[in-house]
Design a protein around this ligand. Structure first.
Ligand code: ZN
Length: 496
C-alpha cells in the first residue's frame, strides 16, 4: 500500500468522525436556541448515542494501527502534523476507561443540576459532596491519561495542548501583583459616574440591528453563519461554512449585547477562517482554547473597547438609539465602556481585573489536584483570595465559589485558557499593528479588513499545525508573555 493510499484511508475515517461531530454540534446549538423544552429527553438520548458512535470510531483498533503506520511512513510536515494531532486526541480517548467516562458523565449531570439549585439557594452544603466526587473522578482521569509532573497537567492539556502548571505559575505570579497595583491606581483617578451616560432603555430590536452591523463590519460572513440569542452566548458550528453565533441582550445595558456579539464574532471569524480543504482534520481545527479566546478577546478588548472604535460606534448609536445618543460623545462613550471596578463576579469583570478572577481559580484548582486542600475549604479560601486581591468579599457563596458552572461539569484546567487568550490577544494585536501601520485610523472608520486579513494569514489558516506558543512565536516573533498585555493596559489607562 502506498503512503497516499494510507493517507486517503485516514481522511475517509476522519470524514466519518467529522460527520458525527458536525451533527452533534448542530444538535447542541439547536438545544440552546430553538428546541422546545419537552424535546430535551429525546435530544439527550440522540446526542449520547451519536457521541458513543464517535467514541467507538476514535478508539477503533484498526484506526490506531493505521495511525501508527502513517506515523512511520515519512509524511511531509503538514500531513505529519495532522496525524500527530489525531494520535494525541485518540491516545486520550483510548487511555480513559469506558467505565470512567460513563461515571463522569453520570456524576457531572447530577452535579450540574445540584449546582443550579445550590446557586439559586446559596446552598454550598448540598453541592459540595457532588463536587468532591467530580474532583475524584477527574483525578482518576488524570492518572489514566498520565502526566510528567503533576495530575493537573493532564487536565490542562485537554483544553490547551502541551500547557503545563509549571508554565502557568510564573505567568500568574507576574500578573497578579501587577494587576492588583494597577487596579488601585486606576480606581483612584477614575470618574466613578462615567457609566451613567448609558442609563435608560435600549430597545432590543435596535440592539439586534447594531449587532448585525458590527458583525458585518468585522467581516463575519452571514452566508456562512448565523446570529441568534441564547441565555449564555457561545459559538459553534458544523464547518467554516456553517458557523452559529449566539448573543444576549439586556434592554438596560447596551454593553452586554455589543460585547457578547463582538466576542462571539471573534470566535466565529476564527472558525470561518479555518482552511476548508482540511475540514474534518486537525489542520482544519482551531489550535486550542487559549488561541480561540485570543481571537474573541482581541476583537472585544483591543478593538471594541479602544478609543478609536468609539468613532466608528457612535454614529451607529446616534442612528439606532437617537434618544440615548443625546449629549453622548466618543470620549464619554469610551469612558463609560471602560470603567474599572473590582467586582465579585468574573463574567462582569473589566479588562484589568478579569485575570485576577482567573488567578484565584488557577491557584485553587492547582492546590485541589495536588491534594493540598479539600473541596470543603474552597468557600473560605475563595473569600480570602477575593478580599486580598480585589478588596471585595462575597457575603454568600452564590457570588463566590458557586458563581461558575464550570466545576460542576468537571472543567478543571479550563479557566487558565481565558488568561492565555488575553495574553495572546495583546501580543497578536501588537504584531498586527506593527505590520499594518495605523490601526487606530482604520478602526475609527470601521475598516477592519486589514486586521482580519492579518489574523487569517498568521493564525487562522494554520489550524492545529503548531502549539499555541509556537503559532504565536511564528506570527509575532514572541511566545507567551505578560509584557504585551500589561503594556496594553498601561497605555490605555495611563498608569505605571
Ligand atoms: Zn470566548
Amino acid at each position: 500500500v502506498t503512503v497516499s493510499a494510507l493517507y486517503q484511508r485516514y481522511l475517509e475515517h476522519l470524514g466519518g468522525l467529522h460527520a458525527l461531530s458536525s451533527a452533534l454540534s448542530l444538535l447542541g446549538w439547536d438545544q440552546e436556541t430553538f428546541m422546545p423544552p419537552r424535546g430535551i429527553e429525546n435530544r439527550a438520548a440522540t446526542r449520547s448515542h451519536l457521541a458513543g458512535l464517535a467514541h467507538d470510531g476514535t478508539v477503533d483498533p484498526a484506526f490506531g494501527e493505521l495511525l501508527d503506520e502513517l506515523a512511520a511512513s515519512g509524511l511531509d510536515d503538514v500531513r505529519a502534523a495532522s496525524v500527530r494531532e489525531t494520535r494525541r486526541d485518540r491516545d486520550r480517548s483510548v487511555k480513559v476507561p469506558r467505565k470512567l467516562v460513563t461515571e463522569l458523565s453520570r456524576v457531572t449531570a447530577m452535579a450540574q443540576q445540584a449546582w443550579v439549585t445550590a446557586r439559586k439557594n446559596d446552598d454550598w452544603a448540598t453541592f459540595a459532596p457532588l463536587l468532591t466526587q467530580v474532583v475524584d473522578l477527574r483525578r482518576q482521569e488524570a492518572e489514566a491519561v498520565g502526566y510528567e509532573a503533576e495530575p493537573y497537567d493532564a487536565l490542562l492539556d485537554q483544553y490547551e495542548p502541551d500547557m503545563r502548571t509549571a508554565v502557568l505559575e510564573p505567568v500568574f505570579a507576574e500578573l497578579r501583583p501587577a494587576l492588583v497595583a494597577m487596579t488601585a491606581e486606576i480606581a483612584d483617578r477614575q470618574n466613578d459616574v462615567a457609566a451613567d451616560v448609558l442609563l435608560g432603555e435600549w430597545p432590543v430590536p435596535a440592539q439586534e440591528k447594531l449587532s448585525r452591523r458590527l458583525l458585518d463590519a468585522m467581516g463575519f460572513d452571514f452566508e456562512a453563519g448565523r446570529l441568534d440569542t441564547s441565555a449564555h452566548p457561545f459559538t459553534s458550528g458544523a464547518s467554516p461554512l456553517d458557523i452559529r453565533l449566539t448573543t444576549a441582550y439586556d434592554p438596560a445595558d447596551p454593553a452586554k449585547g455589543i460585547y457578547s456579539t463582538i466576542h462571539e464574532g471573534g470566535h466565529g471569524l476564527y472558525e470561518q477562517g479555518l482552511p476548508t480543504e482540511h475540514s474534518g482534520t486537525p489542520l482544519g481545527e482551531a489550535c486550542g482554547l487559549g488561541m480561540h479566546e485570543s481571537q474573541s478577546r482581541s476583537w472585544e478588548n483591543q478593538v471594541g473597547r479602544s478609543r478609536a472604535f468609539m468613532d466608528f460606534l457612535l454614529p451607529h448609536i446616534v442612528d439606532l438609539f437617537p434618544e440615548r445618543a443625546v449629549g453622548l460623545t466618543a470620549d464619554s462613550l469610551f469612558a463609560a465602556l471602560n470603567v474599572v471596578h473590582p467586582s465579585l463576579i468574573r463574567i462582569d469583570a473589566d479588562e484589568v481585573t478579569y485575570n485576577l478572577h482567573i488567578a484565584l481559580r488557577f491557584e485553587l484548582e492547582r492546590a485541589l489536584f495536588r491534594g493540598e486542600i479539600d473541596v470543603a475549604e474552597l468557600p473560605d479560601l475563595w473569600r480570602e483570595h477575593m478580599t486580598s486581591d480585589l478588596g471585595v468579599t462575597p457575603t454568600g457563596d452564590r457570588d463566590g465559589v458557586l458563581q461558575d458552572i464550570h466545576w460542576s461539569f468537571g472543567a478543571f484546567g479550563y479557566f487558565p485558557t481565558y488568561t492565555l487568550g488575553n495574553l495572546y490577544a495583546a501580543t497578536l494585536f501588537r504584531a498586527a499593528g506593527d505590520s499594518l501601520g495605523d490601526l487606530d485610523t482604520m478602526m475609527a472608520r470601521g475598516d477592519f479588513s486589514p486586521l482580519l486579513g492579518w489574523m487569517r494569514d498568521n493564525v487562522h489558516v494554520h489550524g492545529r499545525r503548531w502549539s499555541a506558543d509556537e503559532l504565536c512565536r511564528r506570527a509575532t516573533g514572541r511566545g507567551l508573555n505578560c509584557d504585551d498585555f500589561l503594556n496594553h493596559l498601561r497605555a490605555k489607562f495611563g498608569v505605571s
